[in-house]
Design a protein around this ligand. Structure first.
Ligand code: PSV
Length: 406
């Protein structure tokens, strides 16, 4: 990018009433956590595809995550999933991450892979199975302490397939009781992020089906419990940005799992199908981050941005690079909304002007801006090319096929 291209862009933005220095400063603070399981082999329910060069253990997953951070400067943390990332010594894993320039982020308990969980985990009718599930989450709290993570990110696969199969209300009570016990064991700096999903693997009912149920639970548990919004976990057409605004306003939005969907829970690259939705979500967050209420501001600033995708046909590391860059692009565009103009249009009930103000920001080409941000951050101007032209893609081929699944 020539200085001239940037100067032109700066002039255009100044004319639109945007202070580019502030936008660049905010872009430099964006942090996106990548998931360890996004580097492993994955597949559909029909087949897990094995790729060459996939990490064989949690240490190698961390190395791949560090590579994404090295070329983008955007991904300083990697989330882990237990037992997928079970190791003998978590301090060693933490140090391995530090040696590669990243940290361990959210710890995700796995309440869906054991045979006992066939009919549910925390909502299972059998108290012994509920006990096993609670103990597993408590183990994850201990792991979080060891790796110095402050987030426990909880998703339940619990649900039923047929009317009459189970008692909805009993299950609701067991869930609350179980999480109350977990909540007591959190350290004061920890957050319990509660994820919801309206279907899958159960198809008749899901115990935590939507944001309202997750919100209710988080409210009952206390301030350290918040809701996690996974972009793929809503019925078609849901207004996710409204959920985001609502939860921020209630100081209950804790984080995101970014991905994209076309039909169901497709787990596609975030921003691949509906970049405008991602932009509108960031628009709400940026608006809240400037709220006059200090607590709303803080909620907006503490949101954990995490990727949660299964790359079945895409090469893993480039897919993750593409994902974090897509997030950066829409975040940058949302910073280009002229907030004063939008507020005035809303007050005047000028529908077309308000919508145009948003769309105009979305339609900006932020390439010169992102190049300037990367230059200031000291990362490659073109992260994807930097990765593809590095020795890393070749080096990992020595791992062969048959790496870790998820
Ligand atoms: C479930 O679909 C989910 O979104 C949860 O966050 C899991 O932890 C993750 O995907 C990996 O299976």
């Amino acid at each position: 990018m020539s200085d001239r291209t940037y100067q032109l862009f700066e002039r255009q933005q100044r004319d639109r009433g945007i202070d580019l220095d502030q936008v660049i400063a905010k872009c430099k603070t964006l942090e996106i956590e990548t998931p360890s399981w996004g580097y492993g082999d994955s597949g559909t329910r029909f087949k897990v595809f094995q790729k060459e060069g996939v990490p064989r253990n949690p240490f190698e997953k961390i190395e791949d995550a560090a590579e994404v951070h090295r070329v983008t400067g955007l991904a300083p943390r990697v989330a882990i999933h237990i037992p997928w990332d079970q190791v003998e010594d978590f301090t060693e894993l933490k140090e391995h991450a530090a040696a590669h320039g990243i940290e361990i982020g959210a710890v995700n308990p796995n309440l869906f892979q054991e045979d006992e969980y066939q009919f549910g985990s925390l909502c299972n009718v059998d108290p012994a199975i509920r006990r096993k599930a609670i103990d597993h989450i408590l183990d994850c709290v201990e792991i979080a302490k060891q790796v110095e993570s402050t987030e426990i990110s909880l998703w339940l696969a619990d649900g039923t397939n047929y009317p009459g199969q189970a008692d909805f209300r009993k299950r609701k009570h067991w869930l609350l009781e179980s999480l109350e016990e977990v909540y007591q064991k959190l350290t004061p700096d920890m957050r319990l992020l509660i994820e919801y999903k309206f279907f899958e693997p159960a198809f008749y009912h899901t115990d935590l089906a939507d944001w309202g149920m997750a919100y209710n639970l988080a409210l009952k548990l206390g301030d350290q419990a918040q809701v996690l919004v996974d972009l793929g976990h809503h019925p078609q057409g849901t207004n996710v940005e409204q959920i985001v605004a609502y939860l921020i306003d209630e100081q209950k939005l804790g984080g995101f799992h970014f991905n994209n969907r076309k039909y169901a829970y497709d787990d596609l690259i975030v921003g691949a199908i509906n970049p405008y939705e991602l932009f509108l979500i960031f628009d709400q967050i940026i608006h809240a981050a400037e709220d006059e209420d200090q607590q709303i501001q803080e909620t907006a600033h503490q949101i954990a941005y995490m990727i949660d995708q299964s790359h079945n046909i895409e090469p893993k590391i480039p897919a993750m690079i593409r994902s974090v860059l897509n997030v950066q692009t829409q975040y940058a565009k949302a910073l280009l909304v002229n907030r004063e103009e939008l507020r005035e249009a809303q007050e005047k009930q000028d529908v077309l002007k308000a919508e145009q103000t948003l769309r105009e920001a979305f339609e900006q080409d932020v390439t010169p801006l992102l190049h300037a941000v990367r230059e200031e951050m000291g990362v490659p101007i073109d992260p994807m090319a930097a990765y593809l032209n590095s020795s890393y893609p070749e080096k990992i081929l020595a791992r062969g096929k048959g790496g870790a699944s998820w």
